[in-house]
Write a protein that binds this ligand. Structure first.
Ligand code: AHM
Ligand code: MG
Length: 336
């Protein structure tokens, strides 16, 4: 039989973004340059994550090297790589990282018009057992790069220009939206390039999976408890939903995006604002969900309409398939 076809026309992430940008000539390649620096950070982390188990085995992580310097933990190292890559792109003026208490204002000589909010290595408690982890990022445009203030960073998610995540799992997948749908790219390790493998991702309108840390159930509010009860004991004759929870937001959201369903990190009595951070967890994932045809809700409002007051603010979050999020919205509406 015929030899397996070899693809010869490779749609790399750079080529894809350049194509998309030809519709916005005013951005003159700046966004493409910024993205290529983010991609470099992701490749570095992918490579470091792949070696993490090995590094431990041969006694590198957390120990002192020959120069007497302590080896950096993977999340600290990833953060440094992203900060340096973003600053050196010359396209950013302010950065917000989960790893840094304060916003990082870029030296005026290297300033560009973008603000990037990111979590360099989310789910890092999963590293030591080899479970998927990821990088999450959201990108804004700043009005005046020469007079950038903290207020410029605390914008509602509806102002976001682009968002994405990179998942370091059984394969390394980068999912990106520049406000024109969602596309997924998989790293071809032999080429060192992200290749378009999941064009125009649309989340199923309704899903069969719910994803939540049920260990917090005793502290949940009424609507969350009712919703999960309905997932397990549906009253309308439908089948119960399956539960899948990895405890790594990127992996849980990635599965939700591809298979449908709902991911929730609700408020509870112990954490009235939930756990996940608005700027670099809730906003980027909500942007992607909406761009894929799903929804994202906080229990009170559309998640992207939140206006964070502080850099590391948290919010409850329910995101996923359109119909599933409608259900939780109805439960909150009937409560108030
Ligand atoms: P981290 O930023 O400390 O890694 O925590 C964020 C992670 C998310 O990836 C995940 O969705 C959530 O914490 C899981 O929390 P929990 O262990 O409470 O279920
Ligand atoms: Mg995090």
């Amino acid at each position: 039989h015929a030899a397996e076809a070899q693809r010869t026309d490779l749609m790399t992430i750079t080529r894809h973004v350049l194509n998309e940008q030809s519709r916005h000539p005013e951005s003159r390649g700046d966004f493409t340059i910024l993205l290529s620096h983010i991609v470099l950070g992701c490749k570095f982390v992918a490579s470091a994550v792949n070696k993490a188990g090995l590094a431990k085995l041969i006694g590198l992580a957390g120990e002192t090297n020959v120069q007497g310097e302590e080896q950096k933990k993977l999340d600290v190292l990833s953060n440094e790589v992203f900060v340096k890559a973003l600053v050196s792109s010359g396209r950013t003026c302010v950065l917000v990282s989960e790893e840094n208490e304060e916003a990082i204002f870029v030296d005026p000589a290297l300033r560009g018009k973008y603000c990037v909010c990111f979590d360099p290595l989310d789910g890092s408690s999963n590293i030591d057992c080899g479970v998927s982890i990821g990088t999450i990022f959201g990108i804004y445009m700043i009005k005046d790069k020469d007079n950038v203030t903290l207020e410029d960073v605390l914008q509602p998610g509806t102002n976001m220009l682009a968002a994405g995540y990179c998942m370091y799992g059984s394969s390394c997948t980068l999912v990106l939206s520049t406000g024109n749908g969602v596309n997924g790219f998989t790293l071809d390790p032999s080429l060192g390039e992200f290749i378009l493998t999941h064009p125009n991702i649309k989340i199923p309108k309704k899903g069969k999976i719910y994803s939540v840390n049920e260990g917090n159930a005793k502290n949940w509010d009424g609507p969350t408890a009712k919703f999960v009860e309905k997932c397990k004991y549906p009253q309308d004759g439908s089948s119960p939903k399956s539960l899948r929870y990895i405890g790594s937001m990127v992996a849980d959201v990635h599965r939700t995006l591809l298979y449908g369903g709902i991911f929730l990190y609700p408020a509870d009595q112990k954490s009235p604002n939930g756990k996940l951070r608005v700027l670099y967890e809730v906003f980027p994932m909500s942007f992607l969900m909406e761009q894929a045809g799903g929804q994202s809700f906080t229990g009170k409002q559309r998640a992207l309409e939140l206006a964070p007051a502080k850099l590391h603010d948290r919010s409850p979050i329910f995101l996923g398939s359109y119909d599933d999020v409608e259900e939780i919205k109805a439960l909150y509406a009937s409560e108030s």
